[in-house]
Write a protein that binds this ligand. Structure first.
Ligand code: 6PG
Length: 253
């Protein structure tokens, strides 16, 4: 049996509020360090419900002033193929909960053009956007300072779902991935890009994630069934911030 062998840190916190506070502290620290070291901070936001509280906290009086927003460049880890004002849009959620409430220049926000009908073209456009921003050489991968991730109850991350074709993508930076369970396409950063990040931070909350989190961290390596196991940063830091209900079935914390 191939065990999961990846170095990671896990922070188990009492509840979702504590999870958002610790994640906000990490965001502030990482942004400050990146801006001090190289003058800017690049982050790929996650969709879903867990990070929404973090985004609202970062926009609050308690945190807003602690982030150098003019030097923060925002991307997305994935996006649903819907209009940008659609309630399911990850951009829409981040805009409403954070981006519309902090002094980040509009030109610092790089939205996935997932509303485009031609999904492969949309993926290629966003890939080109990333290549231009990071000034990438051919075959070079971007190194985001931070990639935020949630984890689905099926072990998916971003829009990398079990059994989906994008799991095997090793060359592309952005993929248009057909998700059988939704009969829909989504755009997603690929595994090699996520593993190139300086920091990957999972935010996982709730008893409904307890079983899958234990499988991902403690069971054998089965990445097609458990895509979260594919996340093994090459040089970066992998941090799980997990509330106690979600950590409830882990045997090693
Ligand atoms: C999305 C996210 C997705 C999410 C997980 C967990 O577009 O929905 O990128 O990967 O992180 O589904 O979502 P929750 O945090 O809501 O449980």
């Amino acid at each position: 049996m191939t065990k999961v062998s990846v170095r990671y840190e896990i922070m188990v916190v009492a509840n979702p509020d504590e999870l958002s506070l610790r994640a906000a502290d990490e965001f502030v620290r990482q942004a400050g360090e990146a801006v001090q070291a190289k003058g800017f901070f690049t982050v790929a936001l996650s969709g879903g419900s867990t990070p929404r509280d973090l985004y609202m906290l970062l926009a609050s009086d308690q945190y807003r002033e602690r982030v150098p927003w003019s030097k923060v460049y925002v991307f997305w880890g994935d996006e649903r193929c819907v209009s940008l004002d659609h309630p399911n849009s990850n951009y829409h959620m981040a805009f409403e909960s954070l981006l519309d409430k902090v002094p980040i220049p509009e030109e610092n926000i790089y939205r996935m053009p997932a509303e485009q009908k031609d999904h492969d073209c949309a993926a290629a456009v966003y890939e080109q956007t990333i290549k231009a921003f990071f000034r990438l050489k051919p075959k070079e991968l971007p190194c985001f300072d931070l990639i935020l991730l949630g984890m689905g109850e099926d072990g998916h991350i971003a829009s990398l779902f079990p059994g989906s074709s994008a799991l095997e993508e090793t060359d592309r930076i952005v993929s248009a991935n057909y998700i059988e369970k939704f009969s829909a396409y989504r755009l997603t950063l690929t595994v090699p890009v996520i593993n190139q990040a300086a920091n990957v931070m999972f935010l996982i909350s709730g008893e409904s994630k307890a079983s899958i989190l234990r499988e991902v961290l403690e069971d054998e390596y089965q990445p097609r069934r458990l895509p979260s196991q594919l996340i093994r940063p090459v040089n970066g830091r992998l941090l799980f911030i997990v509330d106690r209900p979600a950590a409830g079935k882990l045997t090693r914390v």
